[in-house]
Structures are given as C-alpha cells and as structure tokens.
Design a protein around this ligand. Sequence first.
Ligand code: MN
Length: 440
Amino acid sequence: MTDRIDATHDASLQSWVASANAAGTDFPVQNLPLAIFRRAGSDEAWRPGAAIGDQVVDLLTLRDAGLLPRDAADALAGTEVGTLNALMGRGRAARVALRQALSQGLREGAADRAQWQAALVPQAGAEHGLPARIGDYTDFYIGIHHATAVGRLFRPDSPLLPNYKWVPIGYHGRASSIVASGTALRRPLGQGKGPDDAAPQLRPSQRLDYELELGIFVGPGNAQGAPVPIAEAEDHLFGIGLFNDWSARDVQAWEYQPLGPFLSKNFASTLAPWVVTLEALEPFRIPFTRPEGDPQPLAYLDSAETRARGGLDLQLEVWIQTAQMRAAGQPHEQLARAGSRHAYWTIGQLVSHHTIGGCNLQPGDLFGSGTLSGPGEGQGGSLLELSHGGRQPLVLANGEKRVFLQDSDSIQLRAYGVREGFRRIGFGVCEGTVLPAPAP
Ligand code: MN
C-alpha cells in the first residue's frame, strides 16, 4: 500500500495568500480544489481554476506566463474548452503534477510571487460553470441510514431489501439537468396521487425535497467489456464535490415501482463548483468495515487496500434560508449534520461494481453517492427523514415550520474534513433556490 501523504499535506505549510491561512477557511494551501470559472457577468471563456483562500488562481494564465513546470502545464492541455474532462482523463500523475506545482507556487516564500499574484481572481467576483461535461450520471444509494429510514416509510415491514448488503444499489440518472451551484430551479410538475385519491392529478410537487450527497467524478475511463479490478478502482476516479439531488417525493412515491425513480429526480440536480481531488482527501481516508453480523463483500468488491483505507471521513451539513429569513437579513440556518463515514460502500467499490458487467466509464462521468444520513435524530440528509415522512414539521429559529421545501427556500450543502495533525479542508458551498412551478 502506498503512503500518499506527502509534503503538500504538511499542516505547517502557509500561503502568501493571507486568507488561505485563516483557521476556518475551506481552501488552505493543503486543499487546492479545482473548478471552471470566469469573471461574474462577463462573457469571458470558461476556464479552469484552483481555490486558494478567498481567491481563484487562473490556471491557464499561470501556464501561459510560463510559471508552471512542464508536467503541470501539460496536465492542463485540453481544458481550454472550458471543462476539466481532459485533465480528468489523464489520471493521477497529471493531477499530482498540478497539485505539486500549485503547492510550490502558492506557499509562503515561493518565488515569482508577483507574477502568480497577477493570476488571482477574487472568488467574490467569479461565477462557475459545471466542472465537467458530464456524459453519464449514476446515482447510488450507499447511505444505509437513509436507505433504512426511507425504506421504512415506503415499506414498513421490509425497510432494507435483502440485496442491499450485497449489491451497491444504483440507477442511471439524467446528466442534462445537472446545474451549477447558484442556479435556481423550478418546482416540478408531476403526477401525484394520495392514498385516498381515486386517480392521480398533474400538479406542482407538494413534497419537494433535497438530498445531501457527494458527487464523485470519474477520471480515466475503461474500455467496454473490461471491468475495473478493485485494486485499480481509484485510478479511475478524479475527485469529489457536493451534490444536491433534488427530489419530488410525491411524484417518486407514485412512479417508483417497478423501474425506479424517473421524473421525481430528473428535473434538476445541483453540483458545487469545487472538485476536491483524491490527493487532498488523503488525510481523511478511513478503514472500510462491516458491522458485526453483516455479510462481507464478494471478492470483486474486496481488497486489503479497501479494508485499510477505502472509507472517507467527511462532515456534511445542510443549511436553509427561507424568503422570510432573507427579507429579515438572516443568514442560512443549519438543518442537519451527517457524515460520509456511514456509507455502506466505498468509492472504489462503486467503480468495480459499475464496470463488472462490462459497462464503460468515461472521464467526467458522475456518481452520486446517494443521500448520506447519520444514524441519529437530526442527521437525516433529506427533509423526508428529518420530518419523519412529512408527519413532524421542523421548527426554524424564527418560528417558521417546514415539512418539505417551499418556494423561495434556498438550500446550501457544505462539507469539510477534519483530522488531528492536518489542516481542515472544505468543499465550499452547493446552493440552489426553489422557484414556483410553471403553470400546469
Ligand atoms: Mn439521490
């Protein structure tokens, strides 16, 4: 097993960008997540950038000024089109070369500081596109506490179906409606049918919800018919961002059998701007274990490395701001906290399972983790769980109540990794605001 902790993770590293050294920043020099950006309101070409403190480093400006070593400059070839797909497809070596170059150039005492400074754009003055052209999107279901809680609502007598502990459950989702953070979404119309209704009717969804997920980007693809062995699975991944899989629960309840979610999930999903690379996540890897008495994974999903470091320990949060809060100048309020350590399957297992039948993955494909809920009260990654199926309203600090989302509600997802001896790194914010439904 390789020790992938290196000098770029050193907690004592400081940046000459002062905001990157603040205790609570998401973007210290140890993180260096990647995004696609341009100056807000401009018609500039979308371009790749890395976060440092409250700034974005324009990577093509660095390259064109000759400030990057050859391997890091080469890593960026093809990103001029305004997506990270080409970089994603190059794999770990290219990513590491870029990380090393950014770490060297942005740390305290670096040479060429004045030239690097010219490549900085304040994040407050930037807007973001999607990090990649997402060819295909698969949504998994690896949060076992979510699967159990939701299963209990839909099927009280058999909450967790017997395949759950053997198969990483997933379905193929819709890539075209994945939007960048900050894009407002319309409440969807759909068929709804209550238990006592004689027939369904077309109406705006009455049970609009969010889902707290991680979005896992595929790196180098695999050939069709060539499954990815578990030992190589993470070589086919690039990094992770926050992902909100907005869901219309009333539409879902009526349509999901027999073929699974369809219109309840395909109207919009929101992806955070920043993709945190696997390298930056290295300090937050944890052993993969199974609870006592649960089946062990089949051999194609098991390896010593998976056992030793397959898991991921990230803290996840959901925040809400209602129209009333916004009018009163109140910031978002925390709705829930959860963690990725409760995931039942690892990110590597998702790759090996997805490809075992011969399916080919491509650079920039996206996996949703599925909703990541914790085991406790207040740790649900969706309102469906927090409101116990819509039966128990949540009361916000200003007295407003929520069972599901109302128009003008803004939802933010946030995440960070914390571990003794390392710098805290964060994922930025994944935000979306609900607009009223169109006329039916
Ligand atoms: Mn989902």
